[in-house]
Design a protein around this ligand. Structure first.
Ligand SMILES: NC(=O)c1ccc[n+]([C@@H]2O[C@H](COP(=O)([O-])OP(=O)(O)OC[C@H]3O[C@@H](n4cnc5c(N)ncnc54)[C@H](O)[C@@H]3O)[C@@H](O)[C@H]2O)c1
Length: 429
């Protein structure tokens, strides 16, 4: 099929490259001209394992082209995916300005064209497609949804760091559709994927995405809560969760206690759902606590540090790991950002190391020291915090930490190897 994917970010580029490698003809659309150029040159604008190789291949095969010309891409396509960002506003509610802008543009473009299917892949709250996207498309096109164009909601569940793998071999594909025809077209597009397909209405599909993220965030906050209790009892929460995860009703995934979840999805999506619930005059106590435990966990790294070193003013603090998880350069919502802000507020001198995310953090904190290696960051520091579980930190040994002025090591992710490094303290183990 001929496909346009509007918004060439983490989701849009993975979607575009994924559909192109499944044999479709894809136009990746973005307003960011630099991104468009990079993609056409075979350079992925984000760090994502396997994405670069797949991108090169589909460009060579002539299956994908990036463009900033939305109208041309829509004219040449049968199915139009919307994958622009849905960031949080200051108060935590969802900002739909990109969705609204792009709906107007698509609407204008549909005005003089035949039947096309519009698919919402961005994460939007239940009722957004019905109450905002469809009315905007209809207003700007003068056409009728369900008659002149089709509409689906097809939430994306990929994990950054595993985006290509997750896109190409998903656990399930959720297709929420306005009508049978729309859903059938999208189901046909996915016919060469081997995954369960679940057909629903539009708002159920929207809610499945939020419920999934809220549940996973809850598993992490739950593990952290249990970890904080375990620590006071001298029990290793990782041993506990190993036993808990063996229960097939629970599963061992997302039970790693540590210094909190981050990323562009969990914090913002749980907040957005909380706002939606309040708008509906429902008090979402469990969701609020999930977020609260998470915030406490991040700040807990600095509290634990202070309890070991005293006043942080003028102290040299090393932070290893900045991305919100390994395998990505994404720092949106990352625990590192909150931890660095707190350290700066307290007057600490900071040096950091991350194999991929340095440049993204530099935009927020241009004045801290960016080391080229973990050893370089550790050397001469008064304390070291480990905030992302990059594999390379597992190779660190006591010898590497001997170069510290004082040996205070606080582990936020349980990545250090006990056989190689003695004397460190976990945030909740
Ligand atoms: N990042 C993830 O892991 C992930 C996973 C699942 C779902 N999601 C959801 O997918 C959506 C996209 O997330 P992302 O992380 O890919 O965002 P992103 O910020 O990486 O990418 C969004 C892109 O849209 C472009 N854009 C904005 N307005 C545009 C317009 N009018 N026309 C063309 N391009 C436009 C931006 O320039 C940007 O490149 C969000 O709703 C997010 O919640 C993200």
């Amino acid at each position: 099929m001929k496909i346009a994917v509007i918004g060439t970010g983490y989701v849009g580029l993975s979607t575009g490259v994924g559909f192109a490698s499944k044999g479709n003809e894809v136009f990746c659309v973005d307003i960011d001209k630099r991104k468009v150029e990079q993609v056409n040159e075979g350079v992925s604008p984000i760090y994502e394992p396997l994405l670069g190789e797949h991108l090169e291949k589909v460009l060579e095969e002539g299956k994908l082209r990036a463009t900033d010309n939305l109208h041309e891409a829509i004219r040449k396509s049968d199915v139009i995916f919307v994958s622009v960002g849905t960031p949080p506003k200051k108060d935590g509610s969802i900002d739909l300005k990109y969705i609204e802008d792009v709906s107007k543009e698509i609407g204008r473009s549909l005005a003089n064209k035949g039947y096309k299917l519009i698919v919402v892949k961005s994460t939007v709250l239940p009722e957004t497609t019905e109450n905002l996207i469809i009315p905007t498309l209809e207003r700007y096109s003068g056409k009728k949804a369900g008659k002149d164009f089709g509409v689906c909601v097809n939430p994306e569940f990929l994990r950054e760091g595993k985006a290509m793998e997750d896109f190409l071999t998903p656990d399930r594909i959720v297709i929420g559709s306005l009508d049978k025809k729309s859903g059938n077209i999208l189901e046909k597009l996915y016919s060469n994927f081997s995954a369960h397909i679940l057909r629903t209405d539009l708002k159920t599909a929207e809610m499945i995405k939020y419920a999934s993220n809220a549940f996973l965030a809850m598993k992490i906050s739950f593990s952290n809560e249990i970890g904080n209790i375990c620590k006071r009892l001298g029990i290793d929460v990782y041993d506990v969760m190993k036993g808990v995860g063996m229960d097939s009703r629970i599963s061992e995934k997302f039970l790693s206690a540590g210094c909190g979840y981050g990323g562009s999805c969990f914090p913002k999506d749980v907040d957005a759902l909380i706002h939606k619930a309040r708008d509906l005059e429902y008090d979402p106590k469990l969701l609020e606590e999930v977020q609260e435990v998470n915030k406490r966990q991040k700040i807990g790294m600095v509290d634990l540090l202070e309890s070991k070193t005293g006043d942080l003013k003028g102290k040299e603090i090393c932070v290893l790991g900045l991305s919100f998880k390994p395998g990505t350069d994404d720092v949106r919502g990352a625990s590192s950002i909150e931890i660095l802000s707190k350290l700066i507020d307290k007057g600490a001198k900071i040096r950091v190391y991350d194999p991929k995310a340095k440049e993204n953090v530099r935009k927020f904190f241009p004045d801290i020291r960016y080391a080229e290696t973990p050893k370089d960051a550790i050397k001469g520091s008064d304390a070291c915090l480990i905030v992302t579980e990059w594999k390379e930190f597992r190779n660190l040994t006591d010898k590497d930490f001997k170069t510290m002025r004082k040996k205070v090591i606080i582990e936020g992710r349980k990545v250090l190897d006990r056989n190689r490094v003695k004397d460190f303290e976990g945030i909740c183990w």
